[in-house]
Design a protein around this ligand. Sequence first.
Ligand SMILES: NC(=O)C1=CN([C@@H]2O[C@H](COP(=O)(O)OP(=O)(O)OC[C@H]3O[C@@H](n4cnc5c(N)ncnc54)[C@H](OP(=O)(O)O)[C@@H]3O)[C@@H](O)[C@H]2O)[C@H](O)CC1
Ligand SMILES: [K+]
Length: 539
Amino acid sequence: MKRLTIPQPGHWESGLDSQRGQSDRLPHALLNRVQMTEVDRLTIAYGINAITLMENAGRPVADAIMNRWSLRPVLVLCGPGNNGGDGFVAARHLAEANWPVRVALLGTRDQLRGSAAHHASLWNGPVETLTPDALNGAELIVDAIFGAGLTRPLEGAVAETLAVAAANKLTIIAVDVPSGLVGDTGENMGAVPCALTLTCFRKKPGHLLQPGKSLCGELVVADIGTPASVFVSIPPDTFENHPALWADDLPLLNQHSNKYSRGHALVWGGWPTTGAARMAALSAARVGAGLTTVAVDMSQSYLALSVYAATLTSIMVKPIHRHQDLAILLEDKRITGLLIGPGAGIGPDTQARVLTMLKSGQTTVLDADALTSFQHKPSDLFDAITGPCVLTPHEGEFTRLFKDVVDSSGHDKLSRARAAAKASGAIVILKGNDTVIAAPDGRAIINTNAPSTLATAGSGDLLAGIVLGLLTQGMEPFHAAAAAVWLHGAAANNFGPGLIAEDLPYRLPAVFKQLALLMKQTERHFSEMEMTIEFSASH
Ligand SMILES: NC(=O)C1=CN([C@@H]2O[C@H](COP(=O)(O)OP(=O)(O)OC[C@H]3O[C@@H](n4cnc5c(N)ncnc54)[C@H](OP(=O)(O)O)[C@@H]3O)[C@@H](O)[C@H]2O)[C@H](O)CC1
Ligand SMILES: [K+]
């Protein structure tokens, strides 16, 4: 199977050399504004001039409209930069197909420059002023006002016109991004919800991060002729989560596998909240940990052991009476992954257990109370993280633990997750509808398959368990984190509405079957491409 590896920074060229593919090489990369500027420059150097690039960017907008809607009046709103230029191209193609099209421009025609001025000169119809009145009679609105060049919040005629279009529920098609959406971050500086967004070459982080994600509607990526070779000098470090990024690293069974070779997961079982640790243990087992044990906190009640033991069957229980018992248990080198946090309780006992776990050198997942227990002195935690470690905070836990880090970094989710990973030395899974997985070396993945049914009690405990189960089997932590987030979303999608946390682990086997099918299709896609390459080479 061909895999799209995510090479470490600094190894990009060799990474590309080992990969196959034409323009869809690294298809899941996300590019920011600086990278896209460089992509444009390299594409032009490659031989596609700026006027053709704009033609290639604007034509798919017209095509997408004609493919989705029947003939109806269209108004194209054009801005003063290249986004506006794309709008003029789209308007021309619609008009050539005999669609009723009008154009309204922010500013005047003689202020346009370069390719935008060229394509505006090819537009034969009148150019109106961009005001709310221009909307009269239009049914579809093409928003080509601002794209990557947005520098400040929307105001004046632009803000008013978009607000009136949204209030009148007009269908809006955005060129590159809904105007007002910051492509690098997903921040909204005045954009209104669109039905469809067409962007060039690759998606941008802001298409996948909230609130941007909710503003884009259907998202389509247009091929504008940019060669995949641009990735040699523009190493992407941000990706949309997809099995192609990590599926080859998933632990696989073979005839030599036995329960010990599949690793032994250990979950800290707190008291009196026991359900969280039990569900996490079940998830770890479901994703393939050979053995799973709950280390039961006996320091508060002797009842703890009976509750865990009576409710777990294939999962083992180990009573821990004194703190030393935990350290002794961790000397067992057959244990290959640790999790503490779900239902652990906030305070010095949890702190001490976390530090003991980290000291053991074992791969560790820290969730929930294990994170909040360090809110007053996060550096104690960060200093103790010296080995493979994954942190799984939701926004509340994240803010408590990383307040100082966030104050000194960007405030968008991608920057915050990256800064937290760097400061802590751990892989950080910053959870939410747009979960970000970040590594200390700067790599990041944005997840897109999470349904809103995952916003239910216990959902986070299960995710921590899935991460643990994969790590326990030796999967590389960044890939394990991304895979776990994807599997979690896929299991929820597989169940559908009415989901409660208990349902998720039972859906994982079906998801593994889907995944195997998906990867077979990907493999077929690659082998077909190989045939195409051989065919073209021989002619
Ligand atoms: N490979 C590609 O992706 C290609 C993309 N194309 C399209 O080009 C745009 C980016 O074009 P650019 O000219 O850099 O920027 P914009 O068109 O988005 O906007 C720049 C102008 O807008 C003014 N501006 C910005 N924000 C505001 C605001 N809030 N209010 C008023 N005016 C604003 C800005 O003025 P300044 O005073 O700030 O300089 C500029 O005048 C990309 O998104 C794609 O659509 C290419 O067509 C093909 C290749
Ligand atoms: K736009």
